[in-house]
Design a binder for this molecule. Structure first.
Ligand code: ADP
Ligand code: ZN
Ligand code: ZN
Length: 761
């Protein structure tokens, strides 16, 4: 039968909000389906586009034909289209670019340029084959290896019998073995992972698993699993996942983006073996492609990965797990700005699946959703092996003001605790969320800080590298330069970074073996692994690190955690500063005493009375939440309001300012015009009526210069749109972007739309 579809709707990966109708030549009609890539003429170019569905020719004067159909089967399941469409609408992002972001690198390139799955020779013995004559020694050895293993890759066989390639062929000719080419999947894991078996759940875990399992198959539901570090959350994830797999549904597990394979990923791998596919940015394009194909063809029904794994081409998802749901790496901050934690909820809602969000320090947003009845709370209050939570002492850094040099940052209490810990042969972790040596180099002659040429920030002295470096744009100059303002050579090395702490610790404890873990020391491939192994094998006594140490890795031997200065992020001009500070402090503190010895934490701060510090000391996110939520309500910040930030940047300061002001004026004009019903908002809210109630209107803040007013030569401005009504907010933003394209586009200035922004500086 002839395919009746003559026209198709195609999305192209360009910054355009339209989709396009193309005609399908008769010869190709049988080949098309939603989710396939097609080659289309676009202006004078040829582009790869994605088939969304049947198209309409109504009112379109001249419809062009597609040039080619590029796939035999859809690169993503057609069932994912509504998800892409939802994201495009909610994030005000072109659908073609959403799909392009979703697909692994290799797939979107020219068809033949991609690396397909590799194959390898595989030999298997033919059961009951009759051996007519005695075999040579080498052939017999091959047969023995094959019969004991039931089959082997010839490459592996060659390690036992060097001439295996030849012998296998000879044995195949005799009808004793079959040889075939099997696809091999490049395994992103280095070490083989020993398998493990499920633990017998404790009563709290049992309650959590059975509640989640009880909800499976009964439609969309979201659970927030709050459990201190070491309370057995991962075991809950794995047993819920096993049940979902048993019911023939797929499982998606999101983990924070970290360097190297996370502990959670390793354990899923150990439990589920080959059922697991992994997707994260550490994979090469070829590896990502392989994993994608495995998922797409249903070979892997459990997918684990960072943010971008939200796009995994799974069908029939039954369960989505988001580990460390508070983690900011779920938010993408470039190109297409989306939040994978939030999209996990959306994807599950569309699939009628269950979501399990887990954290020791849940986000304010998720706790709010629990208290308002949207999410259901599950708790793990005790550590598995009943280890006590670490004892946390607060030390007031203000008392050190009169001290000199490093003693301003190593209090007597921390010094003593380090000494005792090292004398017992145990390990110490020191945390400071700033890398480099001196973070505030200032000229003694004129008082000017050493600044970046391209950014509105101070350069950081990296002593080992002998440079001042910009942490925003990477610009670096030799550290022996004179002051740019007065020419003086006396630059004071003020401000504390991990490198300075490392020097100090080496001076204070000359016997101790000291290592540093931050973006500078792990830049070299393999360096992080060395540090982790060093810790495990007790070749490191003191580890100094940035927030890299707070995530993902287990340090069982650490019994003392010193937080050098808890306040660094507390004063950021960001309404989430308190939340982020609480989370990182509680997470770092939770690194102490995870093995069989009890842990201690010395938390140094200039703000000992601050509720964020007190809540971190008590490891109690509800104490934090109760205080924080009042502040959010008073100032109408999320979760009480929704926000969209317009990020404006350009090389010319005047043009950028002028553009920002024009966009601001346009926003105000649209705000004044807010009228009438406008259908359903992308969140599925009810139809909005004109907001006569002021509190429901969209508030427009700015344009203002961004707190970081210049980065990499780009002048930066921002406008914040804020409303308690998501539908109103989105309507205004849509009018701004879709109906005023000309007014908001400029050759000199760019405008990015950030829905539910995180990084507001
Ligand atoms: P979390 O993810 O909450 O930090 P984990 O899942 O890592 O906690 O559990 C901590 C440790 O306890 C792990 O070594 C894990 O293997 C072990 N564990 C978890 N559940 C059980 C259980 N029911 N019985 C015994 N050991 C368990
Ligand atoms: Zn100077
Ligand atoms: Zn810079």
């Amino acid at each position: 039968m002839e395919n009746p579809v003559t026209y198709i709707e195609v999305a192209v990966p360009l910054p355009v909000f339209n989709t396009y109708t193309y005609a399908v030549p008769e010869s190709m009609r049988a080949l098309i389906a939603p989710g396939l890539q097609v080659l289309v003429p676009f202006g004078r170019r040829k582009l790869i586009g994605y088939i969304l569905g049947p198209g309409s020719a109504d009112g379109i004067p001249k419809i062009r034909e597609i040039i080619d159909v590029l796939d035999e089967s859809a690169v993503f399941p057609a069932a994912m289209l509504p998800f892409f469409q939802w994201m495009a609408a909610y994030y005000l992002h072109p659908i073609g670019e959403v799909i392009c972001e979703a697909l692994p690198g290799g797939i979107s390139k020219k068809k033949k340029a991609v690396t397909g799955p590799k194959t390898e020779r595989y030999a298997a013995p033919i059961p009951d084959a009759v051996v007519a004559a005695p075999l040579t020694e080498a052939r017999q050895a091959v047969m023995d290896a094959l019969t004991s293993g039931g089959g082997m890759a010839v490459r592996e066989l060659a390690k036992i019998v060097p001439s295996a390639h030849r012998q296998v062929q000879a044995l195949a000719d005799k009808g004793l073995v079959v040889v075939s080419d099997r696809p091999v999947y490049r395994d992103p894991f280095g070490d083989p992972v020993p398998p493990d078996v499920p633990h017998k759940l404790n009563p709290e875990q049992y309650r959590a698993v059975s509640t989640v399992v009880g909800a499976m198959g009964a439609g969309f539901a979201v659970f927030l699993l709050a459990g201190v570090t070491g309370s057995g959350k991962t075991e809950v994830y794995m047993q819920a996942a096993a049940e979902a797999v048993r019911r023939d549904t797929a499982v998606l597990v999101l983990v924070p983006e970290i360097a190297l394979v996370s502990e959670t990923e390793r354990r899923f791998r150990a439990r589920f073996g080959d059922d697991v596919a992994v997707l994260h940015s550490g994979l090469s394009a070829g590896e990502r492609y392989d994993q994608w194909v495995r998922i797409r063809c249903g070979q892997s029904r459990v997918v684990i990965g960072a943010r971008s794994a939200i796009f995994a081409p799974l069908t029939d998802i039954g369960l989505i797990i988001v580990d460390e749901e508070h983690d900011t790496s779920y938010k993408q901050e470039s190109r297409f700005r989306y939040n994978a934690r939030d999209m996990a909820v959306v994807r599950a809602r569309q699939a009628g699946a269950v979501v399990l969000l887990g954290s020791a320090t849940p986000s304010v947003q998720s706790v709010y959703n629990v208290l308002s009845g949207k999410f259901c709370e599950l708790n793990l209050k005790r550590r598995i092996h009943r280890q006590a939570m670490p004892e946390i002492h607060i030390e007031d850094l203000r008392k050190q003001k009169e001290s000199r040099g490093i003693w301003r940052f190593i209090t007597p209490a921390l010094h003593l605790a380090m000494k005792e810990t090292l004398e017992r042969g145990e390990q110490v972790l020191l945390f400071l969320n700033r890398r480099g040596y001196a973070t505030w180099p200032v000229c003694a002659g004129c008082g000017q800080a050493v600044k970046c040429r391209h950014c509105d920030v101070t350069l950081i002295l990296h002593q080992g590298a002998g440079v001042y470096k910009c942490h925003q744009c990477g610009y670096a100059i030799k550290s022996n330069v004179a002051c740019a303002t007065c020419g003086s050579n006396a630059i004071k090395r003020l401000g504390m970074g991990t490198e300075k702490i490392e020097h100090a610790v080496k001076a204070l404890f000359p016997e101790a073996r000291v290592a540093r873990m931050d973006r500078d020391t792990v830049a070299r491939k393999g360096a992080l692994l060395e540090i982790l192994k060093g810790l495990r094998h007790r070749e490191i006594d003191v580890l100094i690190g940035t927030q890299m140490v707070a995530k993902g890795h287990d340090f069982p031997g650490i019994t003392l955690v010193g937080i050098i200065c808890a306040d660094l992020s507390l004063s950021f001009p960001d309404f989430r500063a308190g939340e982020l500070t609480f989370q990182v402090l509680a997470q770092v503190a939770g690194r102490a005493g995870r093995g069989d010895r009890p842990g201690r934490v010395v938390l140094q701060t200039y703000n000992p009375e601050h509720f964020t510090i007190a809540a971190a000391r008590d490891q109690d996110f509800m104490t934090f939440y109760r205080q924080e939520i009042g502040f959010r309500q008073t100032f109408q910040y999320p979760p009480f309001a929704r926000m969209i930030q317009l990020k404006i940047s350009g090389r010319d300061p005047e043009k950028t300012r002028e553009f920002a002001e024009n966009v601001g004026a346009l926003c105000r004009k649209l705000q004044g015009r807010a009228t009438g019903p406008h259908g359903t908002g992308p969140l599925g809210n009810k139809t909005a009526l004109a907001g006569s109630d002021l509190s429901e209107q969209v508030e427009i803040l700015g344009p203002i210069e961004a707190p970081l007013s210049r980065i990499a030569g780009q002048y930066r401005w921002q406008i914040l749109l804020k409303s308690t009504r998501s539908d109103q907010l989105h309507r205004l933003a849509r009018q701004l972007i879709f109906d005023n394209g000309a007014a908001i586009s400029s050759r000199h200035v760019s405008l990015a739309v950030d829905v539910d922004p995180f990084f507001m500086m």
